[in-house]
Each structure stands twice: as C-alpha cells, then as structure tokens.
Design a protein around this ligand. Structure first.
Ligand code: G3H
Ligand code: 13P
Ligand code: NA
Ligand code: ZN
Length: 306
C-alpha cells in the first residue's frame, strides 16, 4: 500500500538499512520497481522529478503509482523529487504524494530555511513528510582539491540548526556525490568523516542524492551495443555500504535505471533490426531494470524489511 515517508525512513535509520528512491517516468519503470519490491519484500520510494512531470504529467504518474501501490503488500512512498518551490509542492499534495522534497538549497541559507518551513507547515497539515536539502551537490574526485569541493558540502553544525529551525522529517546532504553518469574523473568518493559528524548532530534519516553506481556489467554491455559511455563513472558500492550505518536511510537512484532501460532497448534495436514491436524493445529494457533494482535492494540491505 501507499504509506507516508517518515514511518519508512525512521525505521530504516533506526535499524541500519537504507530504502532506495527510484525515479519513475512511465509504466514500465513503475512496474519494474514494484514487481521487484514485492518479490524481495522491500519497502520502496518512487519519486517524480521535474523532468518526469514534463514528460509524463504529474497526475498521470501519481495516479499510476497510487493505483499500482494499492495492489502490493510492501510499503510504497510516492515522493516529489527536487520540488522547486511552494507551488510545486502544493500541486504534489493535491495529487496525493505521501512525501515531498523542497529543494531550496541553491538559495541563501535564510531563504532556504524560510521556504522549507513554509512547506513543512503545509505538508504536515495533511500528514505528508518533508525532505529538504542543505549544501550543493558537487562531486569530489581524487584529482580535485578538497578545499575547492568543500565549499559546497554540507556543514554539520549548520545541518543541526537547519533541522531544528525547519521541522523537516529527513535531510538531504551534500557529501561528495553528484547527479548523472559522469561523477568525475579519477575515483569519485564520499566524505565519510563529514557524514559521521552530520549523523552525530542530526538524528533524522539522512538522504543521499546522486548515488548511482554505473555498474561495470551494465557499462560493458552498453559499450558492446555501440553506446558511447566510456567515461561514465559512479559511486562505488563500498561507499554506499559504508554510508548506511552512518545515518543514510534514503538513497536516490535515477541514472542506473536510465542506463539499464537504454541497454535493453539498444540490444534489441541494434542486434535485431527487424524487430519493431515496442513491447519487445521496451520489455527488454524493463528486464534489465529489474536486475539493477534487485541489486540496489541487496546493496542497501532493504530485502525483507517490509
Ligand atoms: O535529480 C535529477 C533526476 O535524475 C531527475 O532528472 O528532471 O531530468 O528527470 P530529470
Ligand atoms: P543519480 O543521477 O546518481 O542516479 O541520482 C539521482 C538523484 O539524486 C535524483 O534525485
Ligand atoms: Na528527492
Ligand atoms: Zn537528486
């Protein structure tokens, strides 16, 4: 069934596992997420981004997820990813989202606090949980000066104040990850000491954005279809595993799903030029999606937590 975000994530942080938050854009992605969650008895977040809203329509996606979630046994949270402002959050509340993110992290701190408080008031009034972000996502790499990257990372003391002043339910932090398939040359990594310091000061569930791993098997298979993804790099599995005992309870994954869907489509389209049944083409993408999603639940130790 559809449930509220806070109950899922409070339990995750308390018990030391994380819940993946997968971006959806269509029927097939939503099916893949829910079929695997049900199979592995795992709670899950399904999130809708700005791009998803423009591509598929917020109400279409919300109705799809709500309907499909009502027919599975595992807890499903319908989450607004990177809500741009108060109006966007209101639209999500009307559409029946059970969790919303307000991302005012690019504004000066005072404004981030003000905007976030306003959202908390409105969302809590209807029982919906709120995620907000402090710091700016910016990858850190072996060959970049740490001081350069540090300016964007979340300050632990500021995080403690931000949580107290806003009343949010979970906090997205910047600790070195970045969005997309190119997380940096060298070896992208997570600032684990910073995370520990934040976790010591903030008892709420912490959220990790930009957490895709660009799995080697996916990349190899994509390259074999002629896809140009040679430079793609992601966050290493060990870094994800190490972050979870330090308070990371929600982990956002979009890029790895895009790679998986595209792999399936390319294998059929490139390898079998006579095929023109979209169900065969997209269906293969959905199969690879399920494989990646399965691996994420295992990595985050979400299996059996429903
Ligand atoms: O946070 C970014 C997500 O990967 C979604 O991106 O707005 O292009 O769908 P999008
Ligand atoms: P990735 O691009 O690493 O999958 O991150 C997705 C994300 O953070 C969506 O909010
Ligand atoms: Na989000
Ligand atoms: Zn994000």
């Amino acid at each position: 069934p559809l449930v509220v975000g806070k109950e899922v994530l409070d339990k995750a942080r308390r018990e030391g596992y994380a819940v993946p938050s997968f971006n959806t854009n269509n029927l097939e992605i939503t099916q893949a997420i829910l079929e695997v969650a049900e199979e592995l008895k795992a709670p899950v977040f399904i999130q809708v981004s700005d791009g998803a809203r423009k591509y598929a329509g917020m109400e279409n996606l919300a109705n799809l997820v709500k309907d499909m979630a009502s027919r599975v046994r595992v807890p499903v949270v319908l989450h607004l990813d990177h809500g741009a402002d108060f109006a966007m959050v209101m639209q999500a509340l009307r559409a029946g989202f059970t969790s919303v993110m307000i991302d005012a992290s690019h504004h000066p701190l005072e404004e981030n606090v003000r905007e976030t408080r306003k959202v908390v008031e409105a969302a809590h009034a209807v029982g919906v949980s709120v995620e907000a972000e402090l710091g700016r996502l910016q990858g850190i790499e072996d060959n970049v000066q740490v001081s350069e990257a540090e300016a964007f990372l979340t300050d632990p003391e500021e995080a403690e104040r931000f949580v107290a002043e806003t009343g949010i339910d979970y906090l997205a932090i910047a600790i070195g990850t970045s969005h997309g398939a190119y997380k940096g040359k060298g070896r992208p990594y997570i600032d684990h000491r910073r995370l520990q310091e934040i976790a010591r000061r903030v008892s709420l569930p912490l959220v990790l954005h930009g957490a895709s791993g660009v799995p080697a098997w996916l990349k190899e298979k994509l390259l074999a279809t002629g896809a140009e993804v040679k430079e793609a790099t992601g966050i290493h599995d060990e870094d994800i595993q190490k972050a979870i005992p330090n308070g990371i309870a929600k982990i956002n994954i979009d890029t790895d799903l895009r790679l998986a869907m595209t792999l399936g489509i390319r294998e059929v389209v490139v390898g079998n030029p006579r095929e023109f049944d979209p169900r065969k083409i997209i269906g293969k993408g959905r199969d690879y999606l399920k494989q990646v999603i399965r691996e994420k639940f295992q990595l985050m130790r979400t299996v059996g937590r429903a």
